[in-house]
Design a protein around this ligand. Sequence first.
Ligand SMILES: [Zn+2]
Length: 828
Amino acid sequence: MRNLLSLLCCFFLLNIHAQQPEKLNASEIFQKIKKLNFLGSVLYIGAHPDDENTRLISYFSNEKNARTAYLSLTRGDGGQNLIGSELREQLGVIRTQELLAARRIDGGEQFFTRANDFGYSKTPVETLKIWDKEKVLADMVWIIRNFKPDIIINRFDHRTPGTTHGHHTSSALLSLEAFEAAANPAKFHEQLEFTKPHQSKRVYFNTSPWFYGGQEAFEEANKNQFISFDTGTYFPLLGLSNPEISSLSRSQHQSQGFGSTGSRGSQMEYLEPIKGDTLRSQNVFKNIDTSWNKLEGGKAIGEILTQVEKDFNFKDPAASLPKLLEAYTLIQKLPNKHWREQKTKEIKDIIYASAGLFLEAVASRASATPQDSVQVKLEAINRSDFPISLNSVELSPNNTKTHPQINLKNNTAWHSEVSLKIPKNTPYTTPYWLKETANNGMYIVKDQQLRGLPETPELSKSLFQLDFNGLSLTFERPIVYKFNDPVFGETYQAFEVIPEVSISFEDEIVIFENAEPKKISVKLTSGKANVQGEVSLSAGEGWTIKPEEQKFQLQQKGSTQIHSFQVIPPKNQNETFISPTALVNGKEFSEKLITIDYKHIPKQNLVTPSKLKVARLEIEKKGKLLGYIEGAGDVVPESLEQIGYSVEKLNAASISASSLEKYDAIVLGIRALNTLKDLKFKQQILFDYVKSGGNLIVQYNTSRGLVTNKIAPFPLELSRDRVTDETAEVRFLAENHPVLNFPNKITKNDFDNWVQERGLYFPDSWSEEFTPILSMQDENESPKNGSLLVAQYGEGYFIYTGLSFFRQFPAGVAGAYRLFANMISIGK
Ligand SMILES: [Zn+2]
């Protein structure tokens, strides 16, 4: 599998980050020539990483030879992570790279807008209230104007709001608006400084059995209005079927657990014409000229390249070089800038691979700081008899240039070494969309030319200027770092520019349950040798930090030091951020450096502002020792420890009546009744624990896939009811109930500042033993009363709650802590 993957990874060129460089074999070169000869393009549009139909993307890219791209409106930052602990922005970085890894396999390209995957929303109305609709639309228009698709394909149906995630329907609705706006010079006029309006020909909706609730219903549906075609093509040059390629691509979504097994044979796809000239031809490119003839000056190029394709010699791709260079020269004369630039890029890759060229610039270290110098090893080799000479190699920006001026004889390498000085104001290597703090719905990207791009363009580059028998071509290569890993062999990484010193906190949040001071530590890491200065912390009004500053000295690059400060909270409830500053030779540093390193994606570096949320709560609590049975995983135990409880994690399989006696309350982690099969046999022990005076708190479970249908000592039915508006009004149904009064008096203020949502999978029916405590609803919906249900059972209490405490605790929401403390304390 590794071999197959690494072969495919080099299949088509993308703007890839430093990693194994592309080394095309003869069939791959031939595929690229066919693509060079096709001048049609397809843009597929969805909302999230994983929405895309990789089978269709691969089909258009590899069978139709069209330039094909996936526009995912978001980077999937709001999802769950199945392979590690990264969430939110960091998860978005992983998913971005997983999409790029998928595209390297299926041959597509990748784009995003600035929209943030803020969590579930029920309708496009709700989604577009949180996203800045005009900005998302602007980005879609910008991408269409630059990519210039002939065909746009929507993953989702714009006519069925409410039947799927609001992000999904929004992607389809905005796509139709963008289709028109991209062609209208009056719309988003400011973009026209860099690009031109573009009219795509038509928009389709890519329907499937999923939209009909299953294969059976889809087979019975009237498909007259659809066009359909078989995407089960077999590619003998690759030894793979299209669905097999598509599965390899989909399997890159590892953080979502989307491993997929390929199939062979016929696979139908269905497109419904939606907008534009809604032609019902089986050929989606009908009436679109996809040949070189469509361009002024293109006819002659087409003739040469048709000949190249016809005469292609699989044993000697270099035999095509004279004709390719002839076509290259003509492409430089095309008046159309878009096609000149696009086809220049494509043909240069083909010339490079046909000549068996290998050009590389490797830094001696993985990273450097601004104004630092690093040695760079250069290599150039030609593996053909074509007369090629190396004129110069320049390191960019503003750096060394050497002029070897030598003939590159067949299979004889040229090596050299030069010094790269990192310019003073070089920005740190980091995802461009994370440089500024995002708001809830949108990332902030000021530079128009960065918008839409999947990742930050390479900053440190090498430019190899070669002469092909009198014709000069310059090849751009990123400066990379590589090393030999004893297990994995040759390993490539991006060469990174990092801060001289980075600062991080151990936690993201620290809760002060009372007025007692706490010790807070920062870790300093040096990006170069011999860094010294002073470190200090600052916080909001009312917070005191001692001492004011501390000296530090870091001798080696990569060495670390921990410094602790005493933080004294204010007397009353209050929250703020603590920011660190390291002062080095008059320059301030306050960023943390995060590394994300997984095998299936290139290593990622994030440099973002370092800050710690601190919250002083006014909270009373009864009881001390809690038992926690972990479900799908959450940070609830750590959060309860922060407010002074002792929490012991329990193994569901080994709980017994006597082992539970000592706990003041038992808490079930999120989805414990979905994920722990043992609970089916242990529920009675938990209920008996309640009967004899314990408190059992059960957090949300999904209504489908429960391990038992007896989730409470009394009848209780889960539903899919959720309240996604985190600001939805909360009404008290049982104002005098102890859970709202003891030991903390809960008021409406305790529902301020909640994040992402109120809660999910609320029960919708329950027996009379339960008291519903709260009522809430999303706009235009009926009240939902099942978010917090309390029942006395014997001497103790059983509590079921779909409120999303697991989201509120890490955000330091005071009211969530106070309400949870009451749930634990009830009856005590
Ligand atoms: Zn989705």
